[in-house]
Ligand binder design. Structure first.
Ligand code: PEP
Ligand code: MN
Length: 337
């Protein structure tokens, strides 16, 4: 249920309505837009039969949200959200690029990669300190040591850090070093992790599950918003299909589809989607043409020796060339990069 307030509704009227909703045992979520305020009501709507909210001063209309997800929907918030990660704004005119290695391997490689991606125009540094690996024998990440290197490299270069959180027990640790928490594809439906990240004060980058439909993806995001964290960015990173020439199949139609259904910003990860460095640039260009608000790209100083995802990682020089090409596409669709 969403309550659309009149454009001239006063703060006092909004506060009164919020109190009433709470008294009914429901949870109000207030979204203050440019033109008007909307209040989402979470909980069993039976209570509203007894106490219709239309009658309250300042209320224009009360509407049921028919979609299974509520707070992430365009009905709840018609205008696009802009998520701020420090001073970096995702969802505005500027296309935000997050780049860096798959895994943080050591201090030196991270520093050199951070400098290179910053020089080429990236605004955020990516890199995993906790790695979700298919095999238990593969490199699992440096843990807190990796987080420290990320913070140091980002601070030295003026980048913001996005890094994966895999375990509810590590929330505080990751929050301490990261500017944005990444929830990986394999954890998109780890509901306890979603609830914890939903209570974090840090913005969240939620990656689409390997086999998740858009509806499931949006419902996973709903977990975060329903816990109070509205600073959520969605990431399309390829889904499983019968095609085996690429690692996954990049579902670029998810970009306009999600934007039609939700107000949340959408970024695209062409590295994990294709699994091959040669295909990263064409799909990065296509993503920006399709309306992506950002890109996540893997860059490694020596992909041949990478501990993880070497085949899809770009050399710094190739990444700089990609940035130049993507910039041209951004310009033609009225964006900057
Ligand atoms: C990553 O970005 O480091 C990663 C593991 O990606 P995904 O969760 O999309 O597989
Ligand atoms: Mn990777």
């Amino acid at each position: 249920m969403i309550i659309v307030l009149k454009p001239n509704a006063t703060k006092k009227q909004i506060a009164h309505l919020v109190e009433k909703i709470k008294a009914l045992g429901l949870k109000p979520m207030v979204s203050t837009g440019v033109e008007r305020t909307i209040v989402g009501v979470i909980g069993s709507e039976d209570a509203l039969r007894v106490q219709p909210l239309e009658v309250f001063p300042g209320v224009e209309k009360v509407m049921p949200v028919l979609k299974p997800y509520k707070l992430v929907s365009r009905e709840f918030k018609p205008e696009a959200s802009v998520v701020a990660v420090g001073g970096v704004k995702i969802g505005g005119k500027h296309v935000v690029v997050m780049a860096g290695p798959c895994s943080v391997e050591n201090r030196q490689m991270l520093m050199s990669t951070a400098r290179a991606v910053r020089q080429a125009g990236a605004q955020m540094l990516r890199g995993g300190a906790f790695k979700p690996r298919t095999s238990p024998y593969s490199f699992q990440g440096l843990g807190e040591e990796g987080l420290k290197y990320l913070r140091e490299a980002a601070d030295a270069t003026g980048l913001k850090v996005v890094t994966e959180l895999m375990d509810v027990r590590d929330v505080e640790l990751v929050e301490k070093y990261a500017d944005m928490i990444q929830l990986g594809a394999r954890n998109m439906q780890n509901f306890e992790l979603l609830k914890e990240a939903g209570q974090s004060h840090k913005p969240v980058l939620l990656k689409r599950g390997l086999s998740a439909t858009v509806t499931e993806f949006l419902l996973a995001a709903e977990y975060l918003l329903s816990q109070g964290n509205f600073n959520v960015v969605l990431c399309e990173r390829g889904i499983r299909s019968f095609e085996d020439q690429t690692r996954f199949t990049l579902d670029l139609s998810a970009v306009p589809v999600i934007k039609a259904l939700s107000h949340l910003p959408v970024v695209v990860d062409p590295s994990h989607a294709t699994g091959h460095w040669e295909y990263v640039e064409p799909m990065a260009k296509a993503a920006v043409a399709a309306g992506a608000d950002g890109l996540m790209i893997e860059v490694h100083p020596n992909p041949e020796t990478a501990f993880s995802d070497g085949p899809e990682s770009l050399l710094p020089g190739k990444f700089a060339a990609l940035m130049k090409e993507v910039k041209k596409v951004a310009k033609t669709v009225g964006r900057t990069l």
